[in-house]
Design a protein around this ligand. Structure first.
Ligand code: AMP
Ligand code: GLY
Length: 425
């Protein structure tokens, strides 16, 4: 079977790396891909926002399945258009991707299905939003309703911060995403990410992970797309996983199915494990990046079979098998990320780093002749296995030390919370 993978991040390199192990694969294409993905597939510069062009490419290359990595093409309805053209595609429809595309939509599903989540108000009007913030007081969380590349959330510890965030939202800081705001109760606890595969009816739990969203050590500094992650998330015990399945995931899948917009694809639940139990912070409708990298390192068996079962509605016959080992990934980013950074700096020393228990997944990289150069903010994902989080962390940082890229930086403490837990603190 020929496959087309859409995306260019570390997530997509990890997916490509897992897909090429499938005996069912004939040829993998990627649009637009990166220098790492180019080593194991054929890149195409197809414009993925041009759905007719994607359909034409799939017919021309006899693509048996399109795998959509990022959220934007999902929310734009790429999967709907491919399916209407008779081409199989992995990922949710435009209607089901609203679970990520609109925070207010997700809150509506939570209300309908009695899913535990933060209390909230939803406003299209600045004055009403400010009145609500003044009534509730800080700490409080202000969110632009739509997609804002992970930057539309302000956890306001003071009243002034909250009011400023509301004003900024309505003044257009997040563009169309901020035309409405959702204001939420501040939840206290430890965060975890939980990944599930659905075929619209069945939900197959994948694995748990934790990521580090802040740019600097000690979880300080600005929010980023993610500076590192590990799987499993020790906070997610088996009992918590069952509770999350029965109280959060299954009611969501059932509600979307009952509405006639079944959810197919990966459902990524951002959870807060509070003193009152797990609560849903948000949904994403795709694999996390960099969480996908650690999941793929731990997955035994054929990823393509799982993705096809999601599309074909046969997940009830499938199981997912994971290595017992811990996987941990350290993101290397261009200095200055998540603000301004330089592109085009040379990266050396990646040769001979990969082994059965270590992979360097590329994100923003490209080839410039024989040179490998940085081509984005997050650039490499150094991903290692270990028997413990500490061992996986050691293995990952040993490899980081061998990479020669003076213009890059990484956090030095990925996994710290889990390591503290392992040490019994
Ligand atoms: P989101 O984009 O919705 O995942 O939010 C980004 C981050 O903001 C989350 O990973 C949390 O760290 C934090 N956050 C979001 N909502 C809440 C909440 N209700 N209470 C506390 N922290 C939150
Ligand atoms: N690592 C967070 C995300 O993919 O949204």
């Amino acid at each position: 079977m020929n496959l087309l993978l859409i995306g260019s991040g570390g997530r997509e390199h990890a997916l490509a790396w897992a897909l090429v192990k499938s005996p069912k694969l004939t040829k993998l294409y990627a649009a637009p891909g990166n220098a790492g993905i180019a080593q194991i597939s054929e890149l195409t510069d197809l414009d993925v926002s041009d759905h007719a062009a994607v359909i034409g490419f799939c017919r021309d290359k006899d693509i048996g399945l399109v795998i959509v990595g990022p959220e934007a093409p999902l929310v734009a309805g790429l999967v709907d258009d491919l399916e209407a053209a008779g081409i199989k595609a992995f990922g949710p429809s435009k209607a089901a991707a609203q679970l990520e595309g609109s925070k207010a939509f997700t809150k509506g599903v939570c209300d309908e299905a009695d899913i535990p989540t933060a209390g909230y108000g939803r406003f299209a009007d600045r004055d009403a939003a400010l009145t609500y913030v003044r009534e509730k007081g800080a700490p409080i969380v202000v969110k632009a309703d739509g997609l804002a590349a992970g930057k539309g959330v302000v956890v306001a510890m003071t009243q002034t911060e909250a009011e400023d965030a509301v004003t900024a939202c309505f003044e257009g800081s997040f563009g169309a995403a901020g035309a409405e705001v959702v204001i939420e109760e501040f939840l206290e606890g430890e965060e975890a990410s939980f990944f599930v595969l659905s075929d619209g009816v069945n939900a197959l739990p994948l694995a748990t992970a934790q990521d580090h969203k802040r740019a600097f050590d000690g979880d300080q500094g600005p929010n980023t797309g993610g500076m590192g992650a590990y799987s499993p998330a020790p906070v997610m015990t088996d009992a918590l996983v069952s509770e999350v399945m029965s109280r959060i995931i299954e009611p969501t899948i059932a509600t979307l199915a009952a509405r006639g917009t079944p959810f197919k694809g990966v459902l990524y639940a951002g959870l807060m494990i509070t003193a009152d139990g797990p609560k849903l912070i948000e949904y994403n409708t795709r694999f996390g990046d960099p969480e996908c990298q650690v999941l793929m390192m731990r997955l035994n068996g054929d990823l393509l079979d799982l993705l096809l079962a999601s599309v074909d509605g046969t997940l009830d016959k499938m199981s997912a098998d994971w290595k017992d080992e811990v996987a941990l990934t350290v993101v290397m980013a261009a200095r200055g990320y998540p603000e301004s950074y330089e592109k085009g700096t040379e990266i050396k020393g990646l040769e001979q780093l990969s082994s059965g228990s270590l992979e360097v997944f590329h994100a923003g990289t490209k080839r410039d002749g024989a040179r490998l150069v940085a081509n984005g903010g997050r650039v490499l994902n150094v991903t290692a296995l270990g028997r413990t989080v500490r061992e996986a962390q050691q293995n990952a940082y040993d490899a980081v030390a061998r990479i020669d890229w003076p213009e890059g930086f990484c956090r030095s403490d990925i996994g710290w919370r889990a390591i503290a837990r392992e040490s019994g603190d």
